[in-house]
Design a protein around this ligand. Structure first.
Ligand code: ATP
Ligand code: MG
Length: 482
């Protein structure tokens, strides 16, 4: 068995690791067993990006949430009935903590009764085997993999396997989930799951998906790496209707999605990992009129504040574009300072959608020219320190001034920089004449003893002899070649 703890620790960002350790610690203090579960474990095993950390505890997570809040984590939402908390840990780490639960369906398709349970029962009630794997974070079994439904083997075979014949009947939204997971991972539905899927469609169970459940799927879709693949699957299976008939009729904005994905890849290369849910949502629904969009989102269970933020997004982006094309951002340093403060999702949106060349060229310069210069700024600080300038406010100001000069395309070489640094700091160059410089050094030099003089003469003679021999050998070689 691979060492899952090692795999996990090597794949987590330092911030994610800190969040995991904190949850682990708290669970130990409160006496709960805690596990990493769901998408986190699946993504860990398949080598996909670890977007968020899903924890499951055998106990009530609300106490943990309170403690985590004290440590600076933000509770994004809390469902007390389901005992599920969505969190934002320090360092922007997304995660959730749920109580382990079992779901009991009196009849297939009815609302389930919930019972608090052990982790094993919790795993078995999940949707697909690849989502039903856990890693223990408990002291005695840290790193142990719990895989009661054999999900690991399904991952190896590239299959999405539902865990019960009633899976789609119990929760028809799993029809959308199954296709989303398969498309995202490049998997197919396992043969029996495919049969159950077809049967569910025959019985038109898809029509019973609640708009709120469909809305959750749309939310997940907008956070996907390649939503176009999923949309095509949903469209192919006539499931897009469920998200909204207008979307099905007008089709998703595939071109806009592709443009945004290209920009996102570019941003990744420049070292940014922006959240693009809002611009992605706008791209997906790009062919809908404003009114149609807000009606659709409202039907899908988006809160009115969320809808307003989504609707205002393009307007806000246009304001930014105007600033970027205006006087206030004329010099590179002013443009840099302005762009640095814009949330990256607006940068991404403008790069994908704007046709304003002034704004675009500044955004591109920011990513590909100015940011690398900013990242190399510690070198300038080191150079200034080497000149003998003590650190402090004046020091920082000079470094910033050099940065502004660099953005104008100057001060690229170390020589040029040292000149500018001297000028800005007022630290003069030491006197130029080398002989003069050497004189005091000579005075310090000790007087050679007779033995040292002799040794030096011998060495000089030897060097001369070696040189002569070398010349002879070269001449001989030259002759023989002839
Ligand atoms: P993502 O990477 O999109 O977050 P995820 O698998 O983590 O994928 P979530 O919606 O965060 O998806 O759900 C977390 C876990 O909860 C899933 O991995 C799965 O085990 C379980 N789950 C989610 N929705 C359902 C459902 N409808 N039925 C059963 N289990 C579900
Ligand atoms: Mg998740």
């Amino acid at each position: 068995m691979p060492d899952y703890m090692f795999l996990l620790e090597s794949r987590l960002s330092p911030e994610q690791r800190a969040a995991m350790l904190r949850v682990q610690e708290l669970a130990a203090v409160l006496g709960f067993n805690v596990y990493l579960t769901g998408g986190t474990v699946r993504d860990l095993i398949t080598g996909a990006n670890l977007r968020d950390l899903d924890f499951t505890v055998e106990g009530n997570p609300s106490k943990m949430a309170r403690e985590l809040e004290k440590g600076g984590a933000k509770v994004l939402s809390e469902d007390e009935k389901l005992r599920h908390v969505e969190l934002l840990f320090a360092g922007d780490v997304e995660g959730s903590i749920s109580a382990a639960r079992d779901e009991h369906y009196v009849r297939p398709g009815t609302r389930p009764e919930i019972r608090w349970s052990t982790i094993m029962e919790d795993l078995r009630r999940r949707d697909f085997s690849l989502n039903a794997i856990a890693i223990s974070l408990n002291p005695a079994s840290r790193g142990l993999l719990l895989d009661p439904t054999n999900g690991l083997s399904d991952i190896e075979h590239g299959e999405v396997r539902a865990l019960s014949i009633h899976s789609f009947t119990n929760q028809p939204v799993r029809l959308l989930r199954a296709l989303r997971l398969a498309a995202r991972m490049g998997f197919k539905l396992e043969s029996r799951t495919q049969e159950w899927f077809n049967l569910a469609i025959e019985r038109e169970l898809q029509l019973t998906i609640t708009p709120e459940d469909a809305g959750e799927e749309v939310r997940s879709l907008s956070r996907e790496e390649r939503p176009q693949l999923i949309l095509k699957e949903w469209e192919g299976g006539d499931l897009l209707e469920l998200v909204h008939p207008i979307l099905a009729k007008k089709h998703p904005g595939y071109d806009a999605i592709n443009r945004l994905i290209k920009v996102r890849d570019d941003l990744y290369m420049a070292g940014f990992r922006p959240r693009l849910a809002t611009p992605m949502l706008l791209a997906i629904f790009g062919r809908l009129k404003d009114r149609e969009l807000s009606n659709t989102l409202s039907k899908l269970g988006y809160r009115s504040a969320e809808i307003e933020a989504i609707e205002k997004f393009p307007e806000k982006a246009m304001e930014i574009q105007k600033e970027l094309a205006g006087k206030k951002t004329k010099t590179p340093i002013d443009a840099y300072r302005y762009i640095e403060k814009i949330p990256m999702e607006y940068v991404a949106y403008l790069l994908a959608e704007s046709s304003n060349s002034a704004a675009l060229s500044k955004l591109k310069a920011f990513l590909h020219k100015w940011r690398p210069v900013r990242q190399a700024l510690p070198i300038v600080a080191t150079e200034l320190e080497a000149l003998g300038m003590p650190r402090g406010p004046k020091f920082d100001q000079i470094v910033q001034d050099v940065f502004a000069i660099q953005l104008n395309g100057r001060a690229k070489t170390p020589e040029e920089r040292v000149k500018i640094l001297r000028k800005l700091s007022g630290i003069k160059e030491p006197p130029k004449k080398k002989e003069k410089e050497k004189k005091p050094a000579k005075a310090e030099k000790h007087v050679e003893t007779a033995a040292e003089k002799k040794a030096a003469a011998v060495e000089k003679h030897a060097t001369h002899e070696r040189h002569k021999a070398g010349m002879k050998a070269a001449a001989a070689k030259h002759k023989s070649k002839k």
